[in-house]
Design a protein around this ligand. Structure first.
Ligand SMILES: Cc1cc2nc3c(=O)[nH]c(=O)nc-3n(C[C@H](O)[C@H](O)[C@H](O)COP(=O)(O)OP(=O)(O)OC[C@H]3O[C@@H](n4cnc5c(N)ncnc54)[C@H](O)[C@@H]3O)c2cc1C
Length: 379
């Protein structure tokens, strides 16, 4: 087992730190307040190769593996979880689905635009009444000659409004059949396809989350990804990779909250001593550091296995479950270490705390990760 950081990982981390200091840190509070998705930052990250990390170079991507991808998302999320979430959703979900399952012609058409960040990607699986139980979806596509006509709605979709293209999974057969759902690529501007309400969220407020609405939306059969009926099976495989990115997002938020806590604990004086000198605080830091290390090992193990082409169904769920719960615990302790100042918007702890909570929910809740893990153990 190798535990060393590669030159590529170091280069990516340095690049993101520099970029973040100049282009994210000065405005992230304002974006959080106003819930603005900073499209210009997304595009600039695209120019740096971060919107096509896993996409091979011939399609305009960076051609890296999951280990580098985890480093990039964690480093970005250390600064701002919202930007990390946008990067994860774009790379793993929309672009990842096309990369893994689309035809060569579809790849040629969409990957270069997505991988360079020229286009923003969205991915729609969740519906208002079916989240954890996504296989029970009710948005339906009915075939009409060379076209499919889609009706229904998806919700909680990252980049639902700003996205130039969405991969959506909809029902094309009987409820209860996991081979009765199909993935379509749908471009913004397609008649009958629109964004609905934008969510007003607790955290991750600079990452846009909206409904997608389909009203007699006609999509040509060339826009089907892979085989008709295989969309749900494809989506589950996409999520196996996606969960590694949410583990990385969780890790970055936890690392950010931890680093801020270490600095504050050494600086803040009470009883004429830095609060870090009290065992009640230093033991918190010890627990935080240990849990972050364990989360990091699980996350990089899943990434390494994915890079080696192994099945990561259980390992990505374990990494996502553990790292996201650690992220929430660490962010909670960070607020505690900052005391009253942790409860204010003048210090970073409260934002880490709000952002971390999404990680135990998005791309499958902690309870659903336990379902995935226990199924893998008991099969
Ligand atoms: C900010 C944000 C961004 C998102 N981005 C996307 C996106 O881009 N694309 C997309 O498709 N979706 C997206 N989602 C949706 C997300 O994946 C779902 O919210 C998530 O899967 C949970 O579904 P739900 O919200 O309907 O909760 P529910 O499924 O209603 O769950 C409610 C509670 O019940 C529990 N529960 C449900 N079933 C079980 C069970 N069998 N056993 C034990 N407990 C159970 C859950 O764990 C949870 O605690 C996003 C969500 C958010 C908040």
């Amino acid at each position: 087992m190798e535990f060393t950081t590669t030159e590529n990982q170091r280069m990516i981390a340095d690049m993101i730190r520099d970029f973040g200091a100049k282009h994210i840190k000065p405005s992230m509070r304002a974006w959080d307040e106003s819930q603005e998705f900073p499209v210009e930052v997304f595009k600039a990250l695209g120019k740096l190769g971060l919107m096509g990390v896993l996409v091979p170079v011939p399609y305009g991507g960076s051609g890296f593996g999951y280990v580098e991808y985890v480093t990039a998302i964690a480093e970005l999320s250390k600064i701002d979880g919202s930007i990390g979430l946008s990067m994860a959703a774009h790379n793993s979900l929309c672009t990842g689905h096309i990369l893994q399952f689309a035809s060569e012609a579809q790849k040629q058409q969409y990957l270069p635009k997505l991988a360079t960040g020229e286009w923003i990607g969205a991915w729609g699986l969740t519906e208002p009444n079916t989240g954890s139980d996504a296989g029970n979806m009710r948005t339906v596509a009915v075939q009409d000659g060379d076209y499919w006509v889609i009706n229904g709605a998806k919700n909680f979709i990252t980049h639902g409004k700003s996205g130039n293209v969405a991969v959506v999974i909809v029902r094309t057969g009987e409820v209860g059949d996991s081979h009765a759902m199909t993935a379509f690529i749908i471009e913004k501007g397609t008649e009958g396809f629109s964004a609905g309400r934008k969510e007003d969220k607790l955290g991750m407020r600079a990452s846009e989350t909206t409904e997608l609405i389909f009203e007699d939306c006609r999509v040509h059969k060339d826009q089907v990804i892979g085989q008709v009926g295989e969309g749900f099976v494809q989506a589950m495989k996409v999520l196996d990779g996606g969960r590694i990115s949410i583990a990385a997002l969780s890790l970055g938020i936890a690392q950010g909250a931890f680093e801020a806590s270490v600095a504050y604990a050494q600086e803040r004086q009470q009883f004429n001593k830095p609060i870090a000198s009290f065992q009640g605080i230093s033991f918190k830091l010890a627990d935080m550091a240990t849990e972050i290390e364990a989360a990091s090992l699980l996350t990089y193990q899943a990434a390494d296995m994915k890079d080696r082409g192994l099945d990561v169904n259980k390992e990505s769920a374990m990494a996502k479950l553990y790292a996201s719960e650690v992220s929430v615990r660490v962010a909670n302790e960070a607020v505690q270490i900052f005391g009253g100042y942790g409860f204010t918007k003048d210090y970073p702890a409260e934002k880490y705390y709000r952002d971390a909570k999404l990680c135990t929910i998005g791309e499958g809740t902690s309870e659903i990760q336990k379902l995935v893990i226990s199924r893998a153990i008991l099969k």
